[in-house]
Design a protein around this ligand. Sequence first.
Ligand SMILES: Cc1ncc(COP(=O)(O)O)c(C=O)c1O
Length: 396
Amino acid sequence: MTPSESADIDPTDIDAIRALFALDPAISHLNHGSFGAVPHAVERAAAAWRARADANPNRFFRDDIGPALASARTLAAARLGGRTDDWAFVENATQGINAVVASLDLQPGDVVATTSQAYGAVLKCLRHHTARTGATLVVVPLPMPAEGPEAIAAAWARAMTRPVRLAVLDQIVSQTALILPLGQMIPAARAAGALVLVDGAHGPGQVTLDVPRIGADWYVGNAHKWLFAARGTALLWAAPDRQEGLHPTAISHGLGQGYGAEFAWTGTRDFSAWAALDAAIAFHDRLGGSKLIARNQAKAAGAAARLTAAWREVAAAPASMSAAMATIRLPPALQGGPETAEALRRHLSAIHRIEVPLWAEGGRLWLRVSAQAYNRDDEYDALGEAVLAIVAKGGI
Ligand SMILES: Cc1ncc(COP(=O)(O)O)c(C=O)c1O
């Protein structure tokens, strides 16, 4: 860390915060949620690990990396809850979810249940493994926009009236930014006999976590989104009684030696991002830790209020059910399908230099904003005006 990087950061000094990231100063990066943003300090820490590996590959892979990753998992446990031994590194949420589902030995007739707001790639994983094994995938429709936790929990509970082998539930939904009421949904899934996998891709760093208390069997969370880890860093938690028979997506030397050993080595790879998890957690703390989480949530709620007012539109979830992201419907003049959403995203990026994800749902377009320490309120106003300007000229 350079001296300026170890000083306390004033959360209102957005220019100073922005300088801690490699982000192009010319863009308005309102999409922390999809791919995160890597701080210089974390990239430097990862580069130092890469340099160690390059200086003496034999010693690094045989002697150094094992203890380094064990201490990184201990830090993860201290931050996210549970015991070191219950946490394993995976590359990303996709890989962790695939590992759990593929390990389950699904049988014909088994029911796998998820919601209509599950992440697209996760739905594909579930479709693949249910089709492969003759199991049945049930996708429970959730109301959108969400009005409150009760309606969501009730929609889920109505589908939990048959035996379910596996329930896959998001902690924070990608497209709608909705925090699912897991405290009600997991007990309903348990009553149907289900094992529960929580997709916490957006959880670590966006909300405060004590993973074992969620009450799931498995939890997968990305550290490379809201915890500022270098990309390719995700963490899989397995309850102690759900570790046997759980295999990584690549079987390697650790096979048969237990959960920790199997996930510790899945072949030669660049371990630098995982080994630098300490720098990511230190950076999150430096920006405020739990205070950063609260500030981002307030900033996102403010952004949702500004944009819904500017566009006279609705948010996909109430602020009380969201954290550092908000999804807002675009004015009716900008209707269309996935191609229109993609064309609009490209236009906002190329012409207005604003980065946001957009989706089409039932002919209407929705746009998600993220709130991170480096974002200013006026960036959301500029987005609001850009969309209104597009509406005024009749489209892009
Ligand atoms: C809810 C959810 N699940 C899974 C993923 C996949 O994450 P990754 O691309 O890191 O595997 C995402 C990515 O945004 C997500 O939002």
